[in-house]
Design a protein around this ligand. Structure first.
Ligand code: PLP
Length: 391
């Protein structure tokens, strides 16, 4: 089928030699896409929701999907939501872009974690804002550093548009912000009247324990815009996500020029996902993904344990797609990348994940779309490359 050739092309494009093992992307596994169920859902969308699914839709998104999401979030997290709290986007990226357009003014500061999701950094850099990095440790955002950054910016009369944080199974670090840190961040944000953009796209992919309550929940919906997405649990090509926010923020998003001109985001895929969910397919599909990705996370941790030389450390994510590796201070990630590429393996080194410098000794390793044997092979090569670079 042409799908498999396309798939191979997508997964092999790291920047490495042809046939190289690419640990480059944060992709879901395309072999896990629920094709038959999506086909049935697409038929239902066309049969039962035309012309609505093929017209410009309501700016906020189709009421059917808003209701479904509302029920899901109430059921999963006990959030007291109504459809007025939800806004459909063409993925979390488009949600962040729209928020930035509406919430930030030229010259504002945007606080980001160090490290943070590199493509969100790139997106924010499209705007005339100043990115200010706040360090992260094993428990998530360093609240003291956050407090200092806010005080410094305020003393310079710099307006802060918002804090962009990925508290659960962070990309790239795999770190989850602890409940205590979340409480402290929420308290500081309340005190400082700081808007928070909470990117929670990995929340449903939890492999152990449970995900702490969101910042949105801790702040009772005040001053938080929370991004969700079907990219990680269904398929990124659907380009569908949502924002959970207060009704005033939702009205602001829905009355943006973008939505007024374009109508709702992706009405057709919104109906496809609504029908997929109405058919009872979403929960069992996510449960299957959790089993698949948990096994891969375990394979990655085991392979690292076997292959890494002394002095290398890594995170142990409880969910999401990524492990974050730290090399000894004497070893540069770029040099390791060159040595790894020569041996047929590539990965993103840490620098692009830092808005204002850093990451020279870090490597992001996804485990989501790579099979356990390839994970073992890749980590073996990486171990050799680190040893060769350290020698
Ligand atoms: C933290 C984070 N936010 C957002 C996205 C992009 O989400 P979407 O495909 O919904 O735009 C990604 C994808 O890698 C991500 O890791």
């Amino acid at each position: 089928m042409c799908g498999s050739a396309d798939q191979a092309a997508v997964l092999q494009t790291g920047d490495g030699p042809p046939g190289a093992l690419s640990f480059y992307y944060g992709h879901p596994d395309p072999t896990a896409f629920p094709l038959a169920e999506l086909l049935t859902a697409a038929e239902s969308a066309l049969q039962h929701h035309t012309p609505a699914s093929l017209l410009y839709g309501p700016e906020q998104g189709p009421p059917l999907l808003l209701d479904i999401l509302c029920c899901k979030l109430r059921q999963d997290e006990g959030l007291p939501l109504t459809p007025e709290n939800l806004f459909i986007t063409a993925g979390a990226s488009q949600g962040l872009d729209l928020i930035c357009r509406l919430w930030a003014r030229p010259g504002d500061a945007v606080l980001v974690e160090a490290p943070s999701y590199h493509e969100a950094i790139a997106l924010l850099q499209d705007y005339p804002v100043q990115l200010v990095a706040v360090e992260l440790d094993q428990e998530g955002l360093n609240v003291g550093a956050l407090d200092e950054a806010i005080s410094r910016l305020r003393s310079q009369q710099t307006r802060i548009a918002f804090l962009y944080t990925i508290p659960s199974f962070q990309n790239p670090s795999g770190v989850t912000m602890s409940p205590a840190r979340r409480l402290a961040v929420a308290a500081l944000a309340r005190e400082e009247q700081l808007w928070i953009v909470e990117d929670d796209v990995y929340r449903d992919l939890c492999y152990e324990g449970s995900v702490p309550p969101s910042l949105y929940e801790m702040m009772e919906g005040q001053g938080v815009l929370r991004l969700g997405s079907f990219s990680k649990t269904l398929a990124p090509g659907l380009r569908l996500g949502w924002i959970v926010a207060g009704p005033v923020s939702v009205s602001r998003l829905a009355s943006s020029g973008l939505r007024r001109s374009a109508g709702g985001a992706n009405p057709f895929t919104a109906y496809v996902v609504a029908e997929f969910s109405r058919a009872g397919c979403l929960e069992p599909h996510v449960a299957r993904l959790v089993r698949l990705y948990r096994a891969r996370r375990d394979a990655m941790l085991e392979a690292l344990q076997t292959a890494m030389p002394p002095g290398v450390t890594w995170t142990r994510p409880q969910g999401g797609f990524f492990v974050w590796l730290t090399l000894p201070q004497s070893v540069s990630a770029r040099a390791v990348l060159t040595a790894a590429k020569a041996r047929g393996m590539s990965f993103p080194s840490g620098a692009p994940f830092f808005a204002t410098g850093g990451g020279e000794h870090n490597i992001r390793l996804p485990f989501s779309y790579i099979t356990p044997p390839d994970i073992a092979r890749g980590m073996d090569i990486l171990g050799q490359a680190i040893r060769a670079t350290s020698a």
